[in-house]
Each structure stands twice: as C-alpha cells, then as structure tokens.
Design a protein around this ligand. Sequence first.
Ligand code: ADP
Ligand code: MG
Length: 703
Amino acid sequence: MITTSNILTQPIEYLKGVGPQRADLLKKELGLFTYGDLLHHFPYRHIDKTKVLKISALTGGVEFAQVQGVLSYKEVIGEKAGKRLVAYLRDDTGVIELIWFKGSTWIEKMLKEGYVYTVFGRIGFFMGNPQIVHPEIELKSSEDNGIKNLLEPVYSTTEKLKARGLGGKQIGKLVQSLLALITPRDLPENLPESVLTKGRLVSRYEAYCQIHFPKSQIESNQAIRRLKFEELFVAQIRLALTKSERHRHSKGVIFNKVGDLFNSFYKDHLPFELTGAQKRVIKEVRVDCASGHQMNRLLQGDVGSGKTVVALLAMLLAIDNGFQACMMAPTEILAQQHLQSIQNLLKDMPVGVRLLTGSTKAAERKRILKDLVEGEVHILIGTHAIIEEVVQFQNLGLAIVDEQHRFGVAQRARLWKKAAIPPHVLVMTATPIPRTLAMTAFGDLDYSVMDELPPGRQPIKTVHRYDDHRAKVMDFIKDEIKTGRQAYIIFPLIEESDKLDYESLMQGYENVKAFFPEPRYWISMVHGRQTPDVKENNMQRFVTGDTHIMVSTTVIEVGVNVPNATVMVIESAEKFGLSQLHQLRGRVGRGAEKSYCVLMTSVKLSNDARERIKIMTSTNSGFEIAEKDLALRGPGDIEGTRQSGALPLRLADLVKDKGILEAAKNYAETIVESDPDLDSAENLRLKYYLMSLKGKTPWSRIS
Ligand code: ADP
Ligand code: MG
C-alpha cells in the first residue's frame, strides 16, 4: 500500500486561489495554515436561499431574503458621491427598492425593465418601505425557476482579509474548491459503527461537507450534531481511557480493614449523625483504597457540607492500616483551623496530629520532621510547607488536599513523590463546578459530590442593599450582636498589593469602628499585609468570641468555621465573582441560628453585576450558582478548569449541548468498559484515530 501524505496537512498556499501572499494573511489573521485548518473554519451561520418571500412578508424581523418579481422601473439619480442607481422590483404583493452606489452605470445597462429577476440581500427599510442596498440580482431564465436552492455559508473574516479579496464569500469559494479535492478516504470514519447507528449520526465525510454546504436546514443540523458529538465523544473516550488505565495499572497501597480508630471514633466521638452524602463518600473512599490501585478522587462538596469529618474518617482508615496521612490547606489560618477541628473531634484518642506551616519554629520543625520519619506523627496538617523536599514520611498512605483550586497540579504532584507507592489522593473542593464541566474537565478522575447539607441548617437569607443604606445594615448587625451573634464585614482586596483597595479597607475599618465603638464592641481585622502572628491572633479572638465583628479581606474566603457568626456583609459586592460571593456567604449559616448575607453595592451597576447579585439573592445552592455562572461566562473562566486540556471545545457548548455530552459520555464509558484497549474490530478505527491525534494526553492530572 502506498501511503500518500494526508491532504489535510497540505499548506494553505497550495490551494487554488490562495497563493503565498493571501496564505500569509490567512495564517496571521485567522490562524489557517493547512487545508485541514480551512476545513475546520466552519461557517458561523447560513443564509437561507431556499425560500422566496413575498415582498409583503418583509418585515422588521427578516434580515436576509430572496424575492422574485418584475423590474418595473430604474433610474440613476444624485450627483458625485450621492450618485446611485435605484430600481423597483414588483411582485403581486408589493414593491421593493434596489439601490447601487457602486457600479451603477454598468448595472443600469444590464438591467432590463419588464423582466423577471431573482434578488437576494439584506433587507433594510426607508420610510417604512423595504429596500436592499447592493443586492445580488439574477435574471430568471426560462429553464430554471431562478431560485438559488441553497443555504449559503457565512464565514468570519477580517478587514485585512477583505481588503485582499478574502471576504466571507470568497472564503466560501476556497472551502468549495477544497471540498472538491477531498474524498471520503481523506476523512475516514472514526466512530464505531454501532455508535453511528444508535446515535443516528451521519458519516464523518458527509458531516464535513454538509456543515459548510448543506442542502437544507436539516442537513446542516445533522452535520453540526455529528461533529459536536465527535468532539465530545473523543474527549470522553480519552478521559475514560486514562481513568481505566489508572484503575487497571496504577499501584496503590491497600487499606483493607476498618480498624479500632475508625470504629471507636465513629461510635464514641462523632458528635452528630453523618449525612447520607457523607456516608456515601466515605464508602466510596473505602472501596477505592482497598482496591490495590491508587485512589484519585475529587470530592466536591458545597460550603458547609461537612468535608472535614469525611477527611478525618479517611485519615483514620489510613492509620488503622498502618499508614500516615497528611492534609494540605491553602492558607495558614485554614491549616490551623483544621488542626483545631480535628483535635477537637479526636479528643483523647491516641492519634499523633501535628501542624507544619511556614511559621513553625525551627526547633518544633526539627522535632516534627524526626517524628514523621519515625512514625510518631500519624496525621500531618499543614500548608505548602509539607511538600518541601525535607519533609519525609515513614509511610505516607493518604494525602488530602483541601480547597483544590488554590493548588497547582505541579504542587500536588510533589506530594506523592513522598512514598515508594504513591499515596491515595483525595482532593476536596468547595467550589462547585457544573456537572457538564466536571464531566469534561475531571472525567478521568473518580468523582464524588456532597450535595446535602447537615440537617437543621436554615437557608441563609441574602439581600441586596445600596451603599446609602449602610447605617441600617449596621443597626441590624447591632441587633444580632445583642442576641450574642457575630458578624463578618468583607472588603474587596483583589490584589494584596493594590494600594487603593488597601486604603478602602482601612477607611472601611474606621467606618465600622465609628458604628461600633469600644469597649462595647470589639473588632478583629485580618488582611494580607499582616504578619502571620497578627493575623492568627485576630482570627483566634473572633473564633473564641472575644470580638464581635471580623473586618476582613477575602483572606477568610476559604474554609473558616465560626458557627456563631450569623451575618456576612460584603462591601462592593459588585467587584466579586459569583463563586467568590458564594464562598464568602458560606462562612455564615454554619450553626443552628438563622443567618444573613448582605450584598452592598453602589447604585451604578453593570448588567453583569446586577445579574450576579440577582443570582445570589435567589439561590443558596452552590451547584445552581455554578450552572448559572457557566451560562453567564462560558467555561473558559470557571475556576479550577482553566488548565484542563479537555477545554476549550471548538464546536460544542457545555451549556447548550448537555444532551449530546451525556450521550457521548455514556457511549464512551460503555465502550471502554467492555474493550479497554480498543482492540475489537469495531473499535479499531477509533483506536487508530486516537493514535493519529498529535500530542500527548493534554490533561495534566491529579496524579
Ligand atoms: P466544609 O465542607 O465547608 O469544609 P465543615 O467540614 O467545615 O464544612 O463543616 C461545617 C460544619 O458542619 C462544622 O461545624 C461541622 O462540625 C458541621 N457538620 C459536619 N457534618 C455534620 C453532620 N453530619 N451533622 C451536623 N453537623 C455537621
Ligand atoms: Mg472546609
């Protein structure tokens, strides 16, 4: 067999009608280097020339239209720049005006009064009468009916390209000559036959032809659906293969028993009944960790869903099986809090828990490092400090990473270099990600969701107030403090170094102090410019209830737990993104008392900001907010998914194409389950296609 080089990799300059200079522009302006790139330069819409409209049917809602009628009258009017040819076309329902500013002389010669023409163009109105400027016009010949029976593709282009004769239409011509060169062999089918049949999908070759030049709207839709499906299916198959690879071939330490610590904690120390979601996740973790393969699990739990106790139970499981565990938090304060909650939960149980952060004193640090190697430390809690080279474990079996989005993949990877067999990894995040996005971005990970809050929580009441209502809001805080509660007041500090933000925080602090004078009221303040000691001290005073109010920047965004706090006031709320607002709000509503979140904004709000505030005041569910966020901003910006190789998608849209995505995922999983190496005759073409895709697996994974 002779292998010819694939036509799709041909440089664009070789295509008829391109040449070196236009090729340069196509590369620079549109990133089109090869035939294949041009083939993938899909039209963004089609102009429907399959219908002829009656002139009376042309209304404001019609953008482009094709009409047919008798040319009743024409004349050239105006002078110089204003010179133009005006003609009138009449059908049995009305008259439309046709106007040419350019080429009026020769067009005037060509047009014949009394003849029937087919006309196409963008419909405009002048004094309520329809008109077309520079229409396409063609004499209706005797043999055909003159109707252009097609959907004409519209391509994006740029001013520079247009100046070089490569407007949207001409690009269409290039695509046309490209398609004339391409045969079904150049675009071989890559989906298994059964998927094509069950999914009622057109062939790959047909799809590429029809997405550019469909004969009908139905053809166009079919082509788009097929290519979207392929895009999502290929991504899902790769994710499913990576996951299956790991399940089959990775090595993991085995936690095969539930031992004394786990059991006695569960029976004697657990202060509450676990929620169904918590139980489910613990079970999933147990199954993973007993499988002999490394666990790589992402746990998404809305703020306040109780992830800490799940983490602790998983760690006890590790210890019961003779391993050490560690838990990494993104900030010092959080690590400190984890230490405290875990010590409180464990009480007098014989578990060695230690804290290692950047500010751990040298002597203490030395002792911890020694105890770690000797196995005296069972649970190490800390910040980035625990992934440093010098920190060595005796036998690390489980690593828990809290609030995943603050850690880079590379940082996490350093964690499991700390044991001969990589430890099990549980990544916990409180930033809900929409299901479709999670399926695409994290499809190769095992994935748990805790979508249930502990019982007895009352929904947080969220309201929007303008700045001029601040005094009332402060009065409300006073009332809450009177009943023994505490409050947060958050100021935006987007950049720790931003001087203006910092000044507004200080100004805000002074204002708050004026409303809440000492010694009746005490205020904590925490921000990024403080030393860890000062921060810590302020935080502690609020946690223990010594202070009534916590004035803070978003330093407290993630994870702090003060159940007695019932009011969260967010200043300049318009400056925050949805997920950040939701995280901040999650700091209250952690106890049994009714809690409130007040979003303060200036009166002037952008539409986007107004929409965000509206979403926040209408729902408490992080998952719902995440869905809306995705719809509002598109997937590119959603936190934690930016580096994911599965995004961005070329055609498919995670909001609109949910149905196709779910179908693609189901097919992909079924195939990989029954034929994990894609060796069956039916799956071979898929396997070859995947092998032909350039580049490594694009997604950098948790392990
Ligand atoms: P997050 O998921 O945001 O990290 P935490 O683990 O900090 O949530 O838990 C939030 C609060 O809920 C804590 O005060 C914790 O003690 C409490 N909590 C956790 N699980 C339960 C439960 N099953 N029943 C009652 N309270 C719970
Ligand atoms: Mg937490």
